[in-house]
Design a protein around this ligand. Structure first.
Ligand code: ZN
Length: 189
């Protein structure tokens, strides 16, 4: 989807380039994959540009006292939100993810009034970008969306997640992935 900007006044948010944070989210995605979970990572960044929480998918790992795991809802963004507890000044925060959030995680981000959400790679099947009313709804009008701002990292994320997309999504979903990322999906077994 097209990145949005708005005219309304907003609290200050870090204005540094997105790439470094997306790289960190991608590194967490690889860590998740190595641990037996789905390759998705996320970092929450404050207005000064400091990473305050790091999360990754933990669906394939057991629950621990520190992390929600072993459940269908153990997505990277939820890992971040469970660690963060009650957010202070969420409008000042930016959530970076390696992959466009699903409906659950995008919905949580909108409901929590995260100021901005940035993802490396689009999820043509399960992504929430086109499914959520990010603005125009009184309860969810405060999240700015920046989709795929760095084409190199977008392709990197697509190649990383493509095997999971083929495994986890129905044929119809995989077809959408192949259409969106023909090069990155071409050699997936
Ligand atoms: Zn999710």
């Amino acid at each position: 989807m097209t990145p949005k900007t708005r005219n309304t006044e907003r609290p200050a948010r870090q204005a540094q380039p997105h790439a470094a944070y997306l790289r960190e989210a991608l590194a967490l995605a690889r860590e998740a994959q190595q641990a037996g979970s789905s390759p998705v990572g996320a970092v929450l960044v404050d207005a000064q540009g400091t990473v305050i929480f790091r999360g990754r998918n933990r669906v394939g790992e057991p629950q621990t006292s520190r992390h929600v795991g072993g459940a269908s809802v153990s997505h990277a963004e939820m890992d971040v939100f469970f660690q963060a507890g009650k957010l202070k000044n969420p409008q000042s925060l930016t959530l970076y993810t390696s992959l466009e959030p699903c409906l659950m995680c995008g919905g949580a981000s909108a409901l929590l009034q995260i100021g901005r959400i940035v993802w490396a790679t689009a999820d043509a099947w399960g992504g929430s970008g086109r499914l959520i009313a990010w603005d125009g709804h009184p309860a969810m009008q405060t999240t700015e969306v920046v989709a795929c701002p760095d084409s190199e990292l977008e392709r990197e994320g697509a190649a990383l997640f493509a095997p999971e997309a083929k495994k986890a999504f129905p044929d119809e979903g995989w077809a959408l992935w192949r259409e969106r990322y023909p090069n990155e999906t071409a050699d997936v077994e």
